[in-house]
Write a protein that binds this ligand. Structure first.
Ligand SMILES: C[S@@+](CC[C@H](N)C(=O)[O-])C[C@H]1O[C@@H](n2cnc3c(N)ncnc32)[C@H](O)[C@@H]1O
Length: 321
């Protein structure tokens, strides 16, 4: 007889979605999925499957308690968790089947690792991701804002004759999570990505996702360096990985207070004509962050919003490009 499972189901508010997808595997629950409702994309359900024998009632309560603090930064209570016993056959059809190829912007396609590119998406630049390995499956508004901003930047460079795309750019990805942003930058033509995350599991996920995309090894026949390198740590570790030469493009999708604390590192992470894409901020946190950036000599040249989240594109105030 096959295993019996507990199926966890709960509403996944946009603010908590990625944190839940990221935290559950760390708490011993790797089989996680988001149920998208095409008719009401703003209402997503989180599903997870736990072997019944390993998860008695007290362990399940403990799990709920461990998830509750995820809502604190947003003043949100954890949505109600519903548990349902389920037979083996149901689960095997369930988990992976909820993931779909996810087109982003005009050019990119985020593809769960086990799926093939659908024929209708054949022209897109594919980023393969193992969902649940770390924050960054592409479904969170802040990740999407960054992916779309990368595409817009590539388009703008092309139009002004600086391209093709992000051609030749050295990119720094601070708070890389699954590595999705750096991998997208490489697909859009960047020459190299140096990535860092304070969470060692995220650094490992970035390394694994780079391998999944064939972007971990030495460059083409020239035997050049690996296009994506990653380290565990924050700005200091990333400066070291960049070998003291500021990048052309900085990607930083972390919560606003963390970005604020990292501003003093930006001059060492970015070269004098470099551009930064900052996200992870709620729209009402943008004015405060902009004030801190201006005081440190950074100019905001583009602002984008999606749901309640924002993205700022910055460059040094002394660079008039
Ligand atoms: C919102 S996730 C972004 C992941 C991915 N870059 C994306 O856009 O989907 C933020 C990531 O930043 C990492 N992080 C948090 N504070 C950090 C810090 N001070 N320095 C570097 N990484 C940090 C977290 O571990 C997490 O993986």
């Amino acid at each position: 007889m096959g295993l019996v499972w507990w199926r966890l189901e709960m509403a996944a508010p946009a603010e908590l979605e990625e944190s839940l997808l990221w935290k559950l595997p760390l708490l011993g629950v790797p089989r996680v999925a988001l149920q998208h409702t095409p008719e009401a994309p703003e209402r997503r359900q989180l599903l997870a499957w736990l072997p019944e024998s390993d998860w008695p009632a007290d362990q399940r309560q403990e799990l709920e308690r461990a998830l509750a603090p995820l809502g604190e930064p947003f003043n949100l209570a954890l949505p109600q968790v519903r548990w349902q016993r389920q037979a083996d056959e149901d689960w095997s059809l369930s988990w992976k089947s909820h993931w779909r190829p996810d087109p982003v912007g005009e050019q990119l396609l985020v593809l769960p690792a086990w799926l093939e590119v659908p024929p209708e998406q054949a022209g897109r630049l594919v980023i393969r991701i193992d969902p649940g390995s770390a924050f960054g499956t592409g479904s969170h508004p802040t990740t999407r804002l960054c992916l779309e901003a990368l595409e817009a930047l590539a388009g703008a460079r092309q139009r002004t004759g600086l391209g093709p795309g992000l051609g030749g750019l050295r990119v720094a990805d601070l708070g890389c999570g699954s590595g999705i942003l750096g991998l997208a930058a490489l697909r859009l033509g960047a020459a190299s990505v140096a990535a860092a995350d304070t969470d060692p599991l995220a650094a490992r996920a970035t390394r694994e996702n780079a391998a999944l995309n064939g972007l971990d090894g030495a460059g083409p026949a020239t035997g050049g360096p690996a296009p994506l390198t990653v380290t565990t740590g924050s700005a200091e570790a990333l400066v070291e990985l960049l070998e003291g030469r500021g990048a052309d493009l900085l990607l930083c999708n972390i919560l606003a207070p963390v970005i604020e604390a990292l501003i003093p590192w930006f001059p060492r992470l970015l070269g004098p004509a470099g551009v930064g894409l900052l996200s992870g901020l709620l729209v009402d946190q943008a004015p405060g962050l902009e004030r801190d950036l201006a005081a440190a000599g950074w100019r905001v040249e583009r602002r984008v919003e999606q749901d309640r989240w924002g993205l700022l594109q910055i460059r040094s105030a002394s660079d008039v490009a």
